[in-house]
Design a protein around this ligand. Structure first.
Ligand SMILES: *[C@@H]1O[C@H](CO)[C@@H](O)[C@H](O)[C@H]1NC(C)=O
Ligand SMILES: *[C@@H]1O[C@H](CO)[C@@H](O)[C@H](O)[C@H]1NC(C)=O
Ligand SMILES: *[C@@H]1O[C@H](CO)[C@@H](O)[C@H](O)[C@H]1NC(C)=O
Length: 181
């Protein structure tokens, strides 16, 4: 019952238009377990790869290379759909959001501005036929939406450009809260 109420609240928060500046919280920790490219469309992409690796005892970081065949510029759109692990499988979870990648970057959602610290990724303009390299990226859970229930999640990030799906990233994360004693 309690979980159900929380779910409805999450849907309510996320459907009132995306106010990315509200993606701030200190209630739970987001732990990345792994991520990979689920698929990419060879019509639009020369190459897409993610390498997850353990950077110390607690954190997994990501290296990635993206190479677009088309000049995406600042028009990449990201649609996130969450699935929550329950009864042995990841089930559709009512958390879905979509916005321009540039807006996510500007608002530093999930710490995306950290992507500017490593590799040759230079910001929201995405050029064609260039290896865009991202490295040592650890997401920042304090810049993620509040009120997400604890649990194991799969987050599918669909990268879209004028109604075409260029690639899909599958990220497995845990949402954990300190135990209340
Ligand atoms: C693991 O590495 C990350 C990134 O360098 C750092 O933020 C984090 O504090 C480290 N954790 C530990 C336990 O050293
Ligand atoms: C781009 O990355 C791919 C995969 O890592 C590599 O095979 C290719 O040589 C790279 N191209 C350039 C120009 O660096
Ligand atoms: C990740 O990228 C960094 C920076 O290019 C590199 O030093 C490191 O070896 C890479 N790690 C893996 C596992 O590919």
């Amino acid at each position: 019952m309690k979980v159900f109420v929380v779910l409805l609240y999450v849907v309510g928060v996320l459907s009132q238009g995306l106010n990315l500046d509200k993606f701030r919280q200190h209630d739970y920790r987001l732990i990345l377990e792994r991520a990979n490219i689920l698929r990419y469309d060879k019509e639009y992409m020369n190459y897409a790869k993610i390498i997850p690796f353990k950077c110390n005892r607690t954190d997994v970081a990501l290296n990635a290379t993206l190479n677009f065949k088309i000049n995406v510029g600042s028009d990449l759109v990201v649609m996130l759909q969450a699935y929550r692990f329950a009864s042995n499988e990841y089930r559709l979870f009512p958390m879905r959001m979509q916005d321009k990648f540039c807006n996510f970057l500007k608002a530093n959602v999930a710490g995306t501005q950290r992507l500017l610290n490593c590799g040759n990724f230079g910001g929201c303009l995405l050029a064609s036929n260039t290896n865009i390299t991202l490295c040592n990226f650890i997401p920042d859970g304090s810049k993620f939406p509040p009120l997400i229930p604890s649990g194991s999640y799969k987050m599918d990030l669909h990268a879209l450009y004028s109604n075409n799906e260029l690639y899909v990233i599958e990220a497995y994360v845990k949402i954990v809260r300190p135990e209340v004693k």
